[in-house]
Every structure is written in structure tokens, then in C-alpha cells.
Design a binder for this molecule. Structure first.
Ligand SMILES: O=c1ccn([C@@H]2O[C@H](COP(=O)(O)OP(=O)(O)O)[C@@H](O)[C@H]2O)c(=O)[nH]1
Ligand SMILES: O=C(O)[C@@H](COP(=O)(O)O)O[C@H]1O[C@H](CO)[C@@H](O)[C@H](O)[C@H]1O
Length: 320
């Protein structure tokens, strides 16, 4: 581990319990706080998360000023459930509908930058199955109390639901793809315990100065781009203890892994460390047996292409 990272790890890692809500209210000093949940087909969990934030951090103490759910082309009642729980719901394709539509989680997060009014934005996945308001206060703690910080990521144990395995059995793409890539090519980011965590907070003006990669490349790209934009000491992480969420299938995580590999290649090429001749395939062929689970294997073609949205701040003023 680089000496710089060792120092960073000690200096820029805190714990959720280090941040007292009353102290955060005093530190807020007129800054607005938006909580943003990107949600695709999360009707089973989004309502409980929104209600918990609203009750604890809007009604009981005025720490959070708005709760936004970006409905990311859900086919269930995510939007209705989120609205019922008290969130302001925006459909991903209805925000900046003048632009060609994009896809995936990264698109949902980029679109949130056009509707969130907070000086500080807190992002929370909508599939969490054991959410606590301390996730939000923990992420806000460093940002509201240290003006030198721009972005704070959650870290936590990630047990794999249903397995009695160790605390890091979850975060499969983190452990098998993202962490090796970061250690190989971006060792200054090796101090992040959970580089792909879906819970993080950032200053709105800084987030609007970086691009947003589509789909599941967004978290890796944000870390790499924010390191370039603001420097390692403006980044931090907060230990939230444990995180449980609805898991995707291994096959679906294969698509996520490919998107993250494409993102890494894009960033290596952009920094001149790799020549990208555009020959990397974006088709991922996976295999399944027939519906009855018998017979021979059938190929299943999956698209893993990613795209990228420019920094919001780079858009023509009249277009923002
Ligand atoms: O196209 C998408 C894919 C995912 N998500 C949301 O992004 C978060 C993380 O996605 P997911 O749970 O699929 O990833 P995982 O946590 O399983 O890696 C969740 O709130 C999803 O509903 C989204 O808004 N749009
Ligand atoms: O960290 C990971 O390996 C993946 C999958 O987690 P699990 O193996 O289902 O616990 O989950 C994260 O990765 C996505 C891509 O960055 C994020 O968008 C998700 O919020 C995050 O949960």
C-alpha cells in the first residue's frame, strides 16, 4: 500500500457513530441537503427507506431538505410507492427530455443533478433491506463539518444474504473486478474499503464538474474522476457497519463486471496509459439450459456497452 494511502486511510476514515445529529444541524449552517435514490423496480424496499429518512431526518430533525427518487424505467409501482412514502419522484427519461435518452444507474444519477436542489447530495440505493437513518447522517458528517472534503463514500461489511459466510462475501464484483483493477491501475484509491458502494455523498457543485458513466460503471468512474478533479485528501469514507441489499444473479453481475471493465479501459485510454483501438467487444455471451433446466446449453447474448454523460457544468448555460 502506498504510504500516501496508508496516511489517507487513517486520516480520512470515520465511523457513523462519530457524527451526532445535533452537531450536524449546527454544522449545516444554511446548506441544503438532498437525498437521492436511484430506483429500478424497487417497490418492495423504496417506501421503507424513504419513510425512514422522512420521519427521522426531515420531520424529527430538519437535517434533510428533500428526498428524491429517480424512477429508472421501473415496470413495477416504484414511483407510486416512493411518492406515497413522501419522496419527490422524477422519471429518468422525463428529466432533460430534450436530450437523447440514456440508460442505467449512471443515467439516473446524472439526471438527479438537474432536479436536486441541495448543496450536498446523498445517494442511497433503493434496494437496501436493512437501511438505517445513520447511513445518511454518517455520510453527511464529514461533508458538513469539513469544507475541505468534496465526496464521502460508505464502507461496511457486506454479508451475502442467505449465506453464513464472512462479512465480505457480498460485493462480489468489488472483490473480483473493481478492487483488483484499482490496485493495479489506481493504487491511490486502494484505501477505499468499498469502492463500489452505492451510498455516498458529495458537494453538488463538484459532482456537476465530472462526467457520469452510464449503467454500473458510474461508481468506478466517479472515484477515478473525482481523484483527478479534487485530489485524494478531498475524498473520505465512513464506516456504516453493515449493509444488506437485494442481490442480483451472478449472470447479471457478469454484465456489471463487463461494464466496469469497459469503464476502466475508457479511463486508462483517456489518461494515455492504454491504446484503445475500439476492438473490445460489448457483447457478453452467457449460457443457460432450456426453461426446464434440461437439455443442452443455449447461448444468451447480453449487451455490456457503456456511454458517458458530460459534466452538467459543461452544458451550454441556456441548456441547464
Ligand atoms: O438501470 C438501473 C439499475 C439500477 N438502478 C438502481 O441502482 C441501485 C443499485 O442497483 P442494483 O441494486 O441493481 O445493484 P447492486 O446493488 O445489486 O449491485 C438500486 O437502487 C437500483 O434500483 C437504477 O436506478 N437504474
Ligand atoms: O459491489 C458489488 O460487487 C456489487 C454487487 O454486490 P453483491 O455481490 O450483490 O453484494 O454492488 C455494488 O456495485 C454496483 C456497481 O458499482 C453499485 O451500483 C451498487 O450500488 C453496489 O451495490
Amino acid at each position: 500500500m502506498l504510504t500516501e494511502v496508508r496516511t489517507w486511510l487513517d486520516r480520512r476514515t470515520s465511523r457513523a457513530e462519530d457524527w451526532d445529529v445535533e452537531a450536524l444541524l449546527r454544522a449545516k449552517r444554511g446548506q441544503r441537503v438532498s437525498v437521492v435514490l436511484p430506483a429500478r423496480n424497487e417497490s418492495a424496499t423504496v417506501g421503507g427507506i424513504v419513510a425512514a429518512i422522512r420521519t427521522a431526518l426531515c420531520e424529527t430533525v430538519p437535517l434533510v431538505d428533500e428526498i428524491i427518487v429517480i424512477d429508472s424505467r421501473s415496470t413495477d409501482d416504484t414511483a407510486g410507492v416512493a411518492a406515497e412514502a413522501g419522496a419527490a419522484v422524477y422519471h429518468q427519461d422525463a428529466v432533460r427530455a430534450d436530450l437523447p435518452a440514456g440508460s442505467g444507474k449512471g443515467e439516473a444519477l446524472w439526471k438527479s443533478l438537474f432536479v436536486a436542489t441541495g448543496d450536498v447530495l446523498v445517494f442511497v440505493d433503493a434496494d437496501l433491506t436493512a437501511f438505517r437513518p445513520g447511513y445518511v447522517t454518517g455520510l453527511l458528517g464529514p461533508l458538513l463539518t469539513d469544507p475541505a472534503l468534496a465526496y464521502v463514500k460508505a464502507c461496511y461489511d457486506r454479508p451475502l444474504a442467505g449465506s453464513a459466510g464472512p462479512a465480505f462475501d457480498g460485493g462480489r464484483v468489488t472483490e473480483l473486478v473493481a478492487r483488483p483493477l484499482l490496485n493495479q491501475y489506481w493504487p491511490r484509491l486502494a484505501g477505499f474499503v468499498q469502492p463500489l458502494s452505492g451510498e455516498y455523498a458529495g458537494r453538488g457543485d463538484v459532482l456537476r464538474r465530472v462526467p457520469f458513466v452510464s449503467h454500473y460503471g458510474v461508481e468506478l468512474a466517479l472515484l477515478i474522476d473525482l481523484l483527478d478533479e479534487v485530489g485524494l485528501d478531498a475524498l473520505a469514507q465512513v464506516d456504516l457497519g453493515e449493509r444488506e441489499h437485494t442481490h442480483q444473479s451472478t449472470a447479471d453481475l457478469g454484465v456489471m463486471a463487463a461494464q466496469i471493465q469497459h469503464t476502466a479501459r475508457l479511463r486508462l485510454a483517456r489518461s494515455g496509459r492504454l491504446t484503445d483501438d475500439g476492438s473490445a467487444g460489448t457483447e457478453l455471451v452467457q449460457y443457460t439450459r432450456g426453461a426446464d433446466g434440461k437439455g443442452g446449453y443455449r447461448p444468451l447474448s447480453r449487451d455490456t456497452a457503456i456511454s458517458e454523460r458530460p459534466p452538467v457544468a459543461s452544458l451550454q448555460p441556456e441548456l441547464v
